[in-house]
Design a binder for this molecule. Structure first.
Ligand code: SF4
Ligand code: F3S
Length: 107
């Protein structure tokens, strides 16, 4: 079991999640974060910290966001680790809550 970062993180990237992760298993792309599923210890600390409500337990990922499970697997292998909180994306407030942001995902 792992936790998964989903659609609403894209173009927001608040990074509050990073601050609480005890095993530093977040990886950072240009406008999205992912969780490495083999490193996540399923502690659930990050889930309530995300202001965008973008983090779900793997078995609670909404049906329309299932593809994010594999995206976290794949991108965690190629993106660099992030261990400290940073400023959100400049237009985070504007993008927070928009649907279907996967079209905006930069790799
Ligand atoms: Fe890190 Fe825990 Fe969140 Fe997994 S569930 S990403 S270990 S804070
Ligand atoms: Fe993304 Fe939420 Fe973390 S927006 S960077 S999953 S705090």
């Amino acid at each position: 079991m792992t936790f998964v970062v989903t659609d609403n993180c894209i173009k927001c990237k608040y990074t509050d999640c990073v601050e609480v992760c005890p095993v530093d298993c977040f990886y950072e792309g240009p406008n999205f974060l992912v969780i490495h599923p083999d490193e996540c210890i399923d502690c659930a600390l990050c889930e309530p910290e995300c202001p965008a409500v973008a983090i779900f337990s793997e078995d609670e990922v909404p049906a329309e966001m299932q593809e994010f499970i594999q995206l976290n697997v794949d991108l965690a292998e190629i993106w660099p680790n992030i261990t400290e909180r940073k400023d959100p994306m400049p237009d985070a407030a504007e993008w927070d809550g928009k649907k279907g942001k996967i079209a905006e995902l930069e790799r």
